[in-house]
Design a protein around this ligand. Sequence first.
Ligand SMILES: NC(=O)c1ccc[n+]([C@@H]2O[C@H](COP(=O)([O-])OP(=O)(O)OC[C@H]3O[C@@H](n4cnc5c(N)ncnc54)[C@H](OP(=O)(O)O)[C@@H]3O)[C@@H](O)[C@H]2O)c1
Length: 372
Amino acid sequence: MVSYAITGASRGIGFAFAKHLAQDPSNTVFALVRNLTSSQPLTDLASSHKNVHILQGDVTSPTQLSAAAESVSKITGGSLDVLIENAALLLGEASSFKLTDLVGDEEKTKVFGNDLHLNIEGNVMSIIHTTNAFLPLIKKGEIKKILVLSSGLGDSESIVEWEWKDNVPYCASKAALNMLVASYSTTLVEEGIMIVAISPGLVKTLTADWAPQFYEGVTKIFQKSNPSFEGPLSPEDSVSMMLETVGKLTVKDTGKFLSHHGDKEWTCMVKSENKKYVLNLLHFPLSPPRAKTVQVSAPLSSQKYVPKPKAKTKAKPQPSPVQAGHASLRLSNEAEGKPIIFVFIIFFVIILRLQQLRYLQRTETADEFDGR
Ligand SMILES: NC(=O)c1ccc[n+]([C@@H]2O[C@H](COP(=O)([O-])OP(=O)(O)OC[C@H]3O[C@@H](n4cnc5c(N)ncnc54)[C@H](OP(=O)(O)O)[C@@H]3O)[C@@H](O)[C@H]2O)c1
């Protein structure tokens, strides 16, 4: 049995996580929402799936989050395996402002300041409140994974590359979130807890009238640097890809900021393993070919964390026992050595072939010489 808590599960990607994970009856899914009755799809999911529990959890309220953690604890016996921190404020009052719009405009600067404050509350402080409320349960969990939903818009190099000008408070909040994840990782690694920031890709969750134009505009921006970008993913596809990626991560990946594919390609449409082998070779050793052993439907259940005795001296973080103890991960490690062997074999074949050609050439020259 694997337990998951998801924040912001009323709609969008959060709901897609809850729906996906609920399909496995051995999972226990805690769907946190700020309004218990506002989401009919979630209410329907909980009525048809007994493994889904809806809990109140505004991520800006430490009190509500502590109460939610207590409810989870009562059901699981004090633990939680995976925490998915998905809730966020996406568009605020100043999302259409460019920073230069604020020059000489006090009113706009004030609106921008308020929006920035709300984004920090909803997307940054909320991560601290949620992580801290559930940390005692995660410590007692078997899988010990925390997934924090970030965005490619939190990557400063991409902002420059895409010439992205607006929604600055959101972008800044996601960049800050990435730093929080990295900072948390440095202490949580000592307890075998993995925390990562993951971008879901561009996902079709907006339902407003102007959503089609918005997605069309963003698609064009992304296509400038990635012509193969086709447009937004469905929440279901994004969730499948993220869970598949996270299923392959171990404690050694903690603190990273990754795309739904597990790399830094925020706009890539193709799953990593579908890319050509040569691409993997080019990326080697950063992203060696991955073993296809983790199932999408139950991606995390095969990677239970087994606590190990604490070392007396503060040594460099060791690979988690998760890496050592499970067949799926052993296969991943074996796969890491294969490109080297492959390159050596090709190298030897080329050398042998060259020797053979040189020998033939020499024999032919000798024959010609003899024949003269
Ligand atoms: N969609 C994309 O293209 C995209 C791209 C990159 C990153 N992301 C990230 O992916 C995550 C999910 O995005 P989404 O597109 O699914 O967003 P969404 O459709 O706007 O849904 C946001 C969810 O967060 C909840 N929420 C907001 N503030 C909350 C609070 N204070 N307490 C509790 N719940 C709160 C909302 O609840 P209510 O129903 O109560 O409002 C809703 O369930 C976010 O972290 C977002 O930044 C999305």
